[in-house]
Design a protein around this ligand. Structure first.
Ligand code: GAR
Length: 198
């Protein structure tokens, strides 16, 4: 069985959408894949409760307890490694995981590390994407699912969703509308990855 480990830092609505899609479309039967665990770097992340309610293993690794980025990433990699097997390397899905990952971590999970970012990459990597798009006068915003490489918010693109900017839009309204599209494209991108179509 191929294990999927989802990393979160907050509300986990993307994680919830992925869990629901996996159940609805039975990724276990179709791809031999299951959501094995949800790991958060924040104990108060709201998404942990959803995972527990869906009988998914959860773990918290508080990054503030580690002396360096590398030390945290090593501990995280070890935790994820518990779901790895030689024949079936784990797929790691970043879903609102608000940590920059070290080059060593990215290299260890190369080709099996996915992220969703709330902009139409390569535009607006980093934070405050919707406000920056509004400030730039963009007429369209969106979200991108991509493979993670050592460069922040770069890497091969799997899926994008485009959302029009409406008159009077605020960053919060845009974020909410984009998030609903994230919930569509992330499960679909993972399914395509599992099917070997990426
Ligand atoms: C999502 O909008 C996701 O794209 C973004 O955080 C939000 C998490 O929401 N991720 C990043 O900004 C990563 N750079 P969620 O916890 O409800 O899924």
């Amino acid at each position: 069985m191929k294990n999927i480990v989802i990393l979160i830092s907050g509300g986990g609505s993307n994680m919830a959408a992925i869990v629901k899609a996996a159940q609805r479309e039975d990724w276990r039967g179709r791809y031999g894949a299951q959501i094995a665990a949800v790991i958060s770097n924040k104990a108060q992340a709201g998404g942990l409760r959803f995972a527990q309610d869906h009988a998914i293993a959860t773990a918290v690794l508080d990054h503030t307890a580690y002396a360096s980025r590398e030390a945290f990433d090593d501990a995280l990699a070890a935790q994820i490694g518990a779901y790895d097997s030689h024949q079936q390397p784990v797929l790691v899905v970043l879903a609102g995981f608000m940590r920059i990952l070290s080059a060593g971590f990215v290299d260890q999970f190369k080709g099996r590390l996915l992220n969703i970012h709330p902009s139409l990459l390569p535009a607006f990597p980093g934070l405050h994407t919707h406000q920056r798009a509004l400030d730039a006068g963009c007429q369209f915003v969106g979200a991108t699912v991509h493979q993670v490489t050592a460069e922040l918010d770069h890497g091969p693109i799997l899926e994008q969703a485009v959302v029009p900017v409406l008159p009077g839009d605020t960053a919060d309204w845009l974020a909410a509308r984009v998030l609903t599209q994230e919930h569509v494209i992330y499960p679909r991108a993972i399914a395509r990855w599992l099917a070997g179509a990426v």
